[in-house]
Design a protein around this ligand. Structure first.
Ligand code: GLU
Length: 428
């Protein structure tokens, strides 16, 4: 008789990090899947491979210091791994595994031919100079170089990484290969094979799915109140697009605090103020409110665009939004999901709402391979079509099977992954 295999440590019930939340979501979707796929569900519970690397760098003062980095391939059944690289002082292997798992499902939801991957370094990048950041990025890229490649795993920007970081990653990888390999990362500067429209793509996708949800629910965007948590690449772009469409962005929260203006904040002015002052607080024409008060503001749209687990059992009861559009990955805990469903608040889930970024990453990867670049209008039109179609398929399944949008998105995404897995069969 076979011994019962010991569970890997990251499956332990004591671990309540993001990976545990991802696992809970998989448990919820498993009974909803076609029975033929059930033998393969365990695939979703176990990342294919995870790498932990030491990243030593020399600081400007000559001292040597070490950081811990990660790259996880969660699943590659549908194609090469794909997902961003996050620099944050709280990054853990559990978080990167969860983010990689969500990438697997997200890529399947919008049907781009990628598996799911993610990387990160446990570092507060605000403490590093530009030269130190470059050194960190280059050493990390070199350490994970056996995992990445244009047909293997393609990193991209995520929290606190940007086009410049991608340029350093592309250069480091290319030096190792002895040739320029633009397709090894996406989210690059346009001058190095990046795609037009990539910068705003995640925010645009958030806005498009919000607009589709509003249509279904009979909510007008014109004059709607919007509150946004996180004012980075995703939060800022989606706030700007809501404002352009006539909505009032009444509150924005980031690590520095929360600013409010009932008549609507000037999003562009706020972006400039943040760039100049490194804080939202003190921006003209707005007042400061507490971070707790932010969550209970009455609004039509709430866009969480920061870290995981921000909407949880402590604040879900107080949220006074009609529609939540998840710009962040994993911003809502399963407990909060249940409370929100009970209260009739519609949640457009992360694996759909923020998939615009990776969709345009896919366009960038295709453009790099063919060395033929598209216009921004073409890119935005294709992005809008993919997002709207994915939204409508999920909405329809949610109606027909009377389930929340997250469950419908997971059923569609997980089914695509597991069908590919089952059809490929087991090696050897
Ligand atoms: N970091 C983004 C995400 O979480 C984009 C990933 C990509 O473009 O590969 O979806």
């Amino acid at each position: 008789m076979l011994n019962t295999p010991q569970l890997p440590s990251y499956l332990s019930k004591e671990n309540i990090g993001p990976w545990h939340i991802y696992l809970q979501q998989v448990e919820q979707v498993a009974p909803l899947l076609d029975k033929s796929l059930l033998p393969w569900v365990d695939t979703l519970r176990r990342p294919k491979r995870s790498l932990i690397v030491d990243v030593p760098i020399r600081l400007d003062n000559g001292q040597i210091t070490h950081f811990e980095g990660y790259r996880v391939h969660h699943n590659t059944s549908r194609g090469p791994g794909k997902g961003g690289v996050r620099y944050h002082q709280d990054v853990t292997l559990s978080e990167v595994m969860a983010l990689a798992g969500w990438m697997t499902i997200k890529n399947a939801v919008v049907n781009v031919p990628f598996g799911g991957a993610k990387g990160g370094i446990r570092v507060d990048p605000r403490q590093l100079s530009l030269a130190e950041l470059e050194g960190l990025t280059r050493r990390y890229t070199s350490e994970i170089s056996s995992m990445i490649g244009p047909d293997k795993d393609i990193p991209a920007p995520d929290m606190n990484t940007n086009a410049q970081v991608m340029a350093w990653m592309m250069d480091t990888y290319s030096m190792g290969e002895g040739r320029t390999v633009t397709g090894v990362v996406t989210g690059k500067p346009v001058s190095l094979g990046g795609s037009l429209g990539r910068q705003d793509a995640t925010g645009r996708g958030v806005f498009v799915t919000a607009r589709e949800a509003a249509r279904k629910l009979g909510v007008s965007i014109d004059g709607a109140r919007v509150i946004v948590q996180g004012f980075g690449n995703v939060g800022e772009a989606s706030a700007r697009m809501f404002a352009q469409a006539g909505a009032r962005v009444v509150a924005v929260q980031d690590v520095s605090g929360t600013v409010y203006n009932g008549a609507g904040l000037d999003v562009l002015a706020l972006k400039r103020y943040l760039a100049d002052n490194k804080t939202l607080l003190g921006a003209p024409d707005c007042e400061t409110i507490t971070n707790d008060d932010f969550w209970s503001l009455p609004c039509e749209f709430l866009v969480p665009a920061a870290l995981e687990s921000q909407i949880n059992r402590f604040n879900a009861e107080h949220i006074a939004a009609r529609i939540i559009v998840e710009g962040a990955n994993g911003p809502t805990t399963p407990e909060a999901d249940a409370i929100l469903a009970e209260r009739g608040i519609v949640v457009v889930p992360d694996v759909l709402a923020n998939a615009g970024g990776v969709t345009v990453s896919y366009f960038e990867w295709v453009q790099d391979f063919s060395s033929f670049f598209w216009t921004e209008d073409e890119i935005n039109a294709r992005l809008e079509r993919i997002m709207a179609e994915a939204f409508n398929a999920i909405w329809q399944m949610a109606e027909e099977r009377k389930m929340p949008l997250r469950s419908a998105a997971f059923v569609i995404g997980c089914s695509r992954v597991l069908e590919a897995r089952a059809t490929r069969g087991l090696y050897p």
